[in-house]
Design a protein around this ligand. Sequence first.
Ligand SMILES: [Zn+2]
Length: 323
Amino acid sequence: MAEARTAGRASSEPRACTACGAGALRAWRTVRGSDPALPGDYDLARCQACGSAVTLAPAPAAAHEEGAYGSGAPRGAPLAMPLLRAFDRHRLALLDRAGARPPGRLLDVGAGRGRFVAHASAAGWAADGIEPSRRGVEGARALGVELQQAGIEDAAVAPGSLDVVSLWHVLEHLDDPASALERIAGWLRPGGLLVVGVPNLGSVQALVGSGGWYHLDVPRHRTHFTVAGLHALLRRHGLEPVATHHVLAEHNPFGLWQSLVSRFTRTPSWLYHALKRNAPLRSRDAVVTLVALPLAPVAVVAELAFALARRGGAVAVVARRAA
Ligand SMILES: [Zn+2]
């Protein structure tokens, strides 16, 4: 246990901010691992310039294979499908509003089991995906979607060949988001669009949730972006933000409600982990969660208000590659 508790503690070497690249990082706070399968304390440092934060210690090698990211379908997965399709439609709608419409070439980076690739294909895009995990690629194949098994650093994508890249809740998982964006910017044609979704450390729910914020996901999340940090990172790679969206049904209302409930449960984000078969169903946390269910509509309205004040729990930025 002593080893686990110190697993995420920082070394003392100074580092530059992985978001804006400019600011100095200062020790900020120590938080518990967000997943019951990844226990221990993790040191975070915060950028003095853009307010983004960094998880200092590396993530365990198998962090993306364990716990909530383990194999097996979540409980109630078939019930969630219509909702997930609506979220995919919304992601395409954000692109449409920025002027990107099919036909054209679209790449989903970190495509998971290929659901968005299938949706974009059906909408008329020539859509492909890259995904580093074999489990994702095999899951996609079972759905009839052929993904390239590769990470950003080793994917085979022709320079300037893409009209659109989707980078949806991926960037925060990367140790070196700058080199990833450098490559992605090179894949886009001049004038091509990137849609990038990340949790927003500058949100009200990040403040409310504190070390138990639903979207903190330490140690898997390496950079905890603010909008200022994300914009600075994009601009450094010739990607000019053209729209920043805070009203996102996919991640935000649940994130606020779950972050509030986590203040009273032993396992942070108990409902999420129970659905992922990563926390016991019969527990005191189940009772607390049940009692808090009637608060869900309140969280929806509150999160909408915060999002309209540009303090949404996650943001989606559409950025254009310089012509
Ligand atoms: Zn910074």
